[in-house]
Design a protein. Sequence first.
Length: 260
Amino acid sequence: MQKLYSTKEILFGSREEYLKHQKYLNLLKSLCVCFDKQVADFNFMISSKAGDPVLICKYSQNIKTLKGLITYLRIITKTYTYGDEFGECKNLGSNYFVISSPKFNAEVKENDMKKFGKLVEELLNSDWVQNVNFKSIQSSTYGNGNDYSLFLNPDSVTVTSKSLGFNSSLSYYPRINSILVNCEKGHVVTNELIENLLYSTFKASSLSDYQRQVIDNSQSKDKKIKFESNVSDSSSMKLNIDELEKSIVLVKSPYRANKY
């Protein structure tokens, strides 16, 4: 049995499951409406509450409104951490769902309540949601200058590191089916940095049996990684994924982040 898995193996070996899961989330969104002018967009995600998975609605502030502009200025001046708010989707009984948020508002279409409830039940009880760890995992070489941490949930994969002497992170989001890479200002995202994050290793015992089975049955986990780029180096980079028969090509494109 394989004792270690790299970020690359976990990410690409699980990507098909992540994309299947995302289809459910996209369908849930299509059954909702939002007339709140403060909302630029909203999406669903899965979170953990008291050890149980719950459906969360993530709102993005519309920066074209006065309140949104103020929020945006607070973000870029680092007096405010983020411009998103989260509302838990709650079943009040008889398949009547509300999306609670103190700041924003979206609602399930009245005629789609029953369909929405059925999809939520299927999603929260799916093998993928029930078997993906909601936790941070330390790398197999943690403490030897290789301080990689892996954060897993049903909606994303993120690995962070200070191994090169500065903060860096790599995240895969199935909602955009792309990888976002960020590093501390004053540094740039290089192929070496990306490879360090992708090839960091974690103990197999940190994953559930179901996760390991999904990864091991995937033909993608062992494909070679190649890079393509026509953009200048920067501290933030978006990697579009082009999966071929024998390799996975990561195509660099510009991306602006306020993370560090």
